[in-house]
Design a protein around this ligand. Sequence first.
Ligand code: C2E
Ligand code: MG
Ligand code: MG
Ligand code: MG
Length: 278
Amino acid sequence: CELRAPEQMVTIFDQLTRRQTLARHEMALLLEKSIELGELKLYLQSKHDIDKNIIGYEALARWHSNLLGWVPPSQFIPIAEEFGLVSYVTRTMLEMVCQFLTKNSYIDVPIAINISSRDIADPEFVNDVQRITQAYGISPSSIELELTEYSFADDHNHTMNRLEELGFILSIDDFGTGYSNIARVLECPIKRLKLDRSLLTDINDVKKQHALLLGLITICDNMHISLLAEGVETHSDYAMLCELGIKEFQGYWFSKPCAADKLVMQHKAHQSGSATLS
Ligand code: C2E
Ligand code: MG
Ligand code: MG
Ligand code: MG
């Protein structure tokens, strides 16, 4: 292969970066158009207690673009963050969840929305969330807000306290993947800690993994914080977590995220199923 002078390499690198930025920018423009056209879809995944009862749902965004096909949130959320669109995504998701709850009033468990660290830093965020839920007549206690540890990097206590005072449920998502100080996290008015799936899968030493989970269970119990395990994929995951003392679960083993309009039947079937069991 031909050797290039460093300045030529820099030019090639610049062109490549520029082209990638352009591609990202084009994707952001497509995303914005799709949201305007109502093409962002609401999917819901159930959360369960130890008896497998549904204790809530998580709202997950799904985007199908005519040009790009299905684009996963792991791809479009970072782009939305980069190009200042994430608050549009969050507000659209909140509106869809409120609409869904208004239409399906028998759903009596909270629905969680994923919040970006950009939302928490936005001075309009609390007012917007309050305005949207009020417009639909939805009680704040029906809405849970999932924040990541990155939201704790800066001081957003004031925003979190206001949301909690208004009655919204706050939880921490993907716990174990960020770099936050646990004492700092527990200072905030948090109702639930969601353990990232990597704490179930990426620890090779089983003894250490169990010690870590047992420690977290004790801390959360003492602080009256619920502890939910994410990414429960198999019966053996569930059995191991139950044995350790985890009481809340979410994952493919219980159910995969499901389009909101299809979920209605699934929820009814589940509730009548558990009604006949009890
Ligand atoms: P998350 O908030 O941690 O959501 C859970 C992710 O894990 C979802 O991926 C879900 O489909 C997936 N999952 C659920 N059960 C299992 C399981 O048993 N095994 C495995 N391997 N995965 C499971 P999804 O929907 O692709 O979303 C990925 C991430 O994108 C979310 O992670 C969240 O951080 C972000 N995201 C999704 N929707 C939104 C949104 O509306 N707003 C924002 N800001 N972020 C969103
Ligand atoms: Mg989440
Ligand atoms: Mg999560
Ligand atoms: Mg996760």
